[in-house]
Design a protein. Structure first.
Length: 125
């Protein structure tokens, strides 16, 4: 039977707090953006007879943050979604650092591979 060390418990607690905070914060940001969007555009008439394609989203940080500072609702929602996507990536980075401090080479290697796959899928695919 293996026992969990206090360092492992602390790392697990910190990771769970990171995930919880990231999800709650991103949900709150999306909610604020959604409320602003409904206040500004909720009464706009909808023309169902015509198809209007959604504009393409520029996912660069600069393209999202500048309109957020101007309180544009779509950009606030996009920021919340970006934070939601970044939360598990931050978890993997956090695990990688934690395992490196514990000198657990196996889990450092696994975390590094997972991080490479995540970054590759986010930026290349």
């Amino acid at each position: 039977m293996t026992t969990i060390s206090s360092g492992d418990k602390r790392l697990e607690r910190m990771i769970s707090n990171l995930l919880r905070t990231g999800v709650l914060l991103s949900g709150l940001i999306v909610l604020v953006g959604g409320i602003l969007y409904m206040i500004r555009h909720g009464n706009n008439p909808v023309a169902y007879a015509q198809f209007h394609a959604e504009p393409e989203i520029d996912w660069s940080l600069r393209a999202i943050l500048k309109p957020v500072l101007e309180l544009k609702a779509r950009s606030i929602i996009e920021l919340g979604l970006l934070l939601l996507i970044a939360t598990p990536v931050a978890r993997v980075v956090f695990c990688l650092i934690g395992f490196a401090f514990e000198r657990d080479r196996t889990y450092v290697a696994i975390s590094a591979i997972v991080l490479i796959v995540l970054v590759f899928s986010l930026f290349v695919l």
